[in-house]
Design a protein around this ligand. Structure first.
Ligand SMILES: [Ca+2]
Ligand SMILES: [Ca+2]
Length: 314
């Protein structure tokens, strides 16, 4: 089976379900809905009307979710994301006490349309971080906040402009544990305006995100029913050279490790069945990548066994 880079993207979307670290979400209620809509920030209305035609009505875009922000086991917070079609804002409510917001943020730093709240535990402390996603003119903008001592703190990664104003560097993000330590890294997909398929990787370190060696390829492979199938990918890069081929064996929880597989690069076996027999969580080999490469992966073993493969620049 031959997969082009484009079809690979479809595979990746499927793979994310397998690697997902989404926190359980509670059902939305009409009381929450009313509270969140009543809490639409006046500052967003004012911001819109400042440059709008007289008499025009500000668009009200809202998304919200119940959240267990402090990890007590109860989803007693509501996280709401607002947009006036241009600027964005986030508000946190705790309805048991009051229907007024208890914290807010983002007015100067986030924006876009179609706000979307996602709750993901990105640092492994079993409390969700708040991922705020907006549609931008040329793609997607993502801002990450941490709930810390009753405050919304920008969790980055950001770049500061000349005025010291933080700007998110995140666009289309996948959350994948690239090193098997149980904490997902942030993978920023390559820009669609370049031929270079380099994925930027942000890793949590000392409470903040830093970039680590970029990747030109990653994919999750899952053993399916029936005879083992050889999956072949064509990998092109404008940056040939020495790379690390890393395999993180198993799913996000370290289960379903593959016990038999063949991984070949440009016709040469990099890892074979005897390597997989030991069921190591992480395996690495140094490989030489040319401008155009052929990667082939064949999984044996039981259905649902899986591995994730990365090609990381040295
Ligand atoms: Ca967390
Ligand atoms: Ca990790």
């Amino acid at each position: 089976m031959v997969r082009s880079f484009k079809s690979l993207l479809t595979v990746l979307v499927g793979a994310l379900c397998a690697i997902g670290i989404a926190m359980p979400a509670a059902a939305q209620s009409s009381a929450d809905e009313a509270m969140v809509r009543n809490g639409y920030p006046g500052v967003l209305t004012a911001d819109y009307l400042e440059i709008a035609e007289p008499g025009s009505i500000p668009p009200v875009m809202v998304d919200y979710k119940r959240a267990d922000l402090d990890g007590t086991g109860a989803t007693d917070y509501v996280v709401a994301l607002y947009s006036n079609g241009r600027a964005g804002m986030i508000r946190v409510y705790k309805p048991a006490g009051s229907t007024s917001a208890i914290a807010e943020g983002g007015m100067q730093e986030m924006g876009g349309t179609r706000p979307e709240v996602t709750l993901l535990d990105l640092d492994g402390d079993r409390k969700p971080e708040i991922v705020a996603t907006f549609a931008l003119m040329h793609g997607t903008g993502v801002w990450i906040y941490k709930w810390s001592a009753g405050q919304l703190v920008n969790f980055g990664p950001v770049e500061n402009d000349a005025l010291g104003q933080p700007h998110s560097v995140l666009g289309n993000i996948d959350y994948v544990d690239i090193d098997g330590d149980g904490v997902a890294e942030l993978l920023r997909a390559p820009s669609r305006y370049t031929d270079d398929p380099t994925t930027t990787v942000f890793k949590l370190s000392g409470g903040g995100f830093t970039t680590v060696a970029p990747q030109i390829y990653w994919s999750n492979y899952v053993r399916e029913d029936g005879k083992p199938v050889e999956l072949i990918d064509d990998i092109e890069t404008t940056k040939p050279g020495s790379y690390i081929l890393r395999i993180v064996n198993g799913d996000a929880q370290g289960k379903h490790l593959v016990s038999s597989a063949e991984v070949k690069l440009n016709g040469t076996m990099v890892f074979g069945p005897s390597d997989f027999k030991q069921k190591k969580r992480v395996m690495e080999a140094t490989v030489t990548i040319t401008g155009a490469n052929v990667l082939s992966v064949t999984l044996g073993g039981a259905p649902e066994d899986q591995l994730t493969l990365f090609l990381i620049r040295k």
